[in-house]
Design a protein around this ligand. Structure first.
Ligand SMILES: O=C(O)CCC(=O)C(=O)O
Length: 266
């Protein structure tokens, strides 16, 4: 994973209520800006719409649905329930007792999530080694299931070499990044599976476009899926150079969330 862009806070100041609202509450934003309420607001001189700082900078904050992106096929709630149950019962045993560290802009920081890699013996992230462990039966079943899903949409079969498991507490996140380490085979897809512990909340998974000239993040192009337990998405070959992806911080997040990204080595 390339260096994450930290603190990409995507929560916005609600212009009318003065309270923090999440972008996932798009239905209300739409109502406010698009319908009778916006008429009422514009007809009432004392209730003017004051743009947020991000709106002033030209950042379009309303994400488009990920389903729009052919490069990111999405299969909602598809992993078998029995595999979800077994994964959730065992996953905490897979993680090392202490979180890893990584270099962020030259400083050593704790990685804001638990991590473990299955299927290969060495994996480093931002220059630091991440603990690896052999495949477990449930992880192999999930991997096979994801490979079969890929076969439904592609003539090119995939056989993933390893899975990176991330475990998130409510305050954890992964900043905008591209999975473009030299060890990853970019001609193969990346398959992503999400699980949420009972009582936990689904969280957004965002993709940001890149400027074709600078290759940097284009903050006006954003897509989102609210990933639920048992969801599968794929990032097709090419996505890692065209987009950044992120699991932003959410004040409203509750419970533990897990994500497995299955990848191929070069
Ligand atoms: O947690 C997720 O949904 C994404 C994880 C991720 O971005 C990664 O492992 O590179």
């Amino acid at each position: 994973m390339a260096q994450e862009i930290q603190e990409m806070d995507t929560e916005e100041q609600h212009p009318h209520h003065g309270t923090k609202r999440t972008i996932s509450d798009t239905s209300e934003s739409l109502r406010i800006s698009d319908t009778s309420e916006s008429l009422r607001i514009s007809d009432t001189p004392e209730k003017t719409h004051r743009p947020t700082k991000k709106q002033k900078r030209g950042v379009i904050t309303k994400p488009r649905p990920i389903a729009e992106l052919k490069q990111v096929p999405y299969f909602p709630t598809t992993i078998p329930l029995a595999d979800e149950k077994e994964f959730l019962a065992k996953v905490e045993n897979y993680f090392p007792p202490h979180r890893g560290t990584c270099m962020v802009f030259g400083k050593l920081r704790n990685i804001p999530r638990d991590q473990v890699v299955m299927g290969i013996t060495e994996y480093s992230y931002s220059g630091q080694m991440v603990q690896t462990t052999p495949w477990t039966p449930v992880m192999l079943r999930i991997k096979k299931y994801v490979e079969q899903k890929w076969a439904e949409i592609s003539d090119q079969p995939v056989n993933f070499d390893y899975g990176l498991i991330n475990g998130y507490n409510p305050e954890d996140s992964v900043g905008a990044h591209q999975d473009n380490e030299p060890s990853i085979n970019q001609t193969q897809p990346i398959g992503s599976v999400t699980f949420i512990a009972p009582g936990g909340t689904p969280r957004p998974f965002d993709l940001w476009g890149t400027s074709p000239i600078t290759r940097k993040i284009d903050k006006s192009a954003k897509w989102r899926a609210i990933l639920r337990s048992r969801d599968v998405i794929f990032m097709r070959p090419g996505v890692q150079s065209e987009f950044y992806h992120e699991v932003p911080k959410r004040k409203s997040a509750r419970g533990r969330r897990y994500n497995i990204t299955f990848r191929c080595v070069k």
